[in-house]
Design a protein around this ligand. Sequence first.
Ligand code: SF4
Length: 359
Amino acid sequence: MDMQPKQPVAGSGQADLRDLTPSQLSDYIVDLGLPVSRAKQIFARLHRPGVFDFSQMGISREVTALLASHATMSSLTPAAVEKSADGTEKFAFRLADDAMIESVLIPEDGRHTLCISSQAGCAMGCGFCLTGGQGFTRNLRPAEIVGQVLAVMNHMVANGIKRATPRELLNNLVFMGMGEPLANYDNLLAALTILMDDHGLGFSERRITVSTCGLVPRMDDLGRDIRVNLAVSLHAADDAVRSRLMPVNKTYGLESLLAACRRYPLGKKKVILFEYIMLKGINDSLADAHLLAEKLQGIPSRINLLPYNGSGETEYACPDEAQTLAFQKVLREAGFNTFIRQSRGADISAACGQLAGKG
Ligand code: SF4
C-alpha cells in the first residue's frame, strides 16, 4: 500500500471545525467573538472540495488567523486508490491513529454513488462479512465521515470530472461501507446534518441511504431525528437462519425488526430497501422466497438480491444463477419490486461484505 503522511487531526484540544454541525459551528463562532452572520459563510467554505486549510477558504486574513489560532480543520487524503475492471474505485484512508477505513465509488451510466464507512471495523459479527470478521476498532468522528465525501470529490475533480456544483459530483451517498452506522448514532446524525445542510454540500434526503443490520431502537431514533432513505440488511426471513448469519438477530429478532420497519416514517412513494445476500443452501430456497414475501407483506419495499461474491474467506457460496432467478420470480409474483444486484468491484475487494481495511 502506498504510504502517505498521517491525516491532520483535531489535536491539542482544539476543535476540529469539520466535526461541528451548523448550529455547533454558530455557537463556536460567537464564542470566538465573531458575529453569528459569519457562521454560514465559514460553514459553506469549510465544506468545499479543494479546501485543506483555513487559508484556502477565501475569508479575510483576520478571521483566517483567528480560526487558525483556535481550531483545526482535518481532511482525509487517500493512502491508496484501486480501480476495478468495472470502473469501481476503492479508497483506503489511514486515520490519525493508524486505523484504516475504506470508501467505494461506484460509477453507473454517468452517475456516481459513494459507499461510506461509519466505523473502523464493525462489532456486529455478521458471518458472511469480512469487515465483521476483522472486529471493531472505533467509531468515526463526523469529520471522518464527511471527510470521505470531500476526499472522493477532490479525487474526481483531479481526474477531470466536472459538474456545476460540488454536490452534483456524487448522485448518491450510501452508508453501506465498513461499520454499522446506527451503532455510531450521534456521529452519524451530526455527519448527516452537515452533509444535508444547504450552506454546505446540500445533499437532499432522497440521495442519502443509511443501511442497518437491524438496531431497532436506533431505527426509531433515526426516523424521528432526520429524513433519509433506510436500507435493512435482512438476509433471511427465518429467525434461526438470521441468528446464525447475523448475531444482532438474537437481540432484535425478525418480529421486532419488521415492526420497526412498519412504523418507520416513510415519505410519499418511499420504500425501505431490503438487502438479501444469496447464500447457497442457506437462504436461497423457494420456500425461503415465499416466507420472505409473507414477512414483508404491508411494508413498502424494494428488495435487492445480492448473489454472494464468494471471497473464499468464509464458509459460504453463491447459488446458481437459475436459483437466484427463480427466487426473484417468487418475490415479483408476490408484488415486490425485486432486483438482482451484482456486486461491483469484486476484483479489488470492494464488493459488499469485502471491505476489510487492510493496512
Ligand atoms: S454486514 Fe455490516 S453490520 Fe454486518 S459485520 Fe459487516 S459491516 Fe458490520
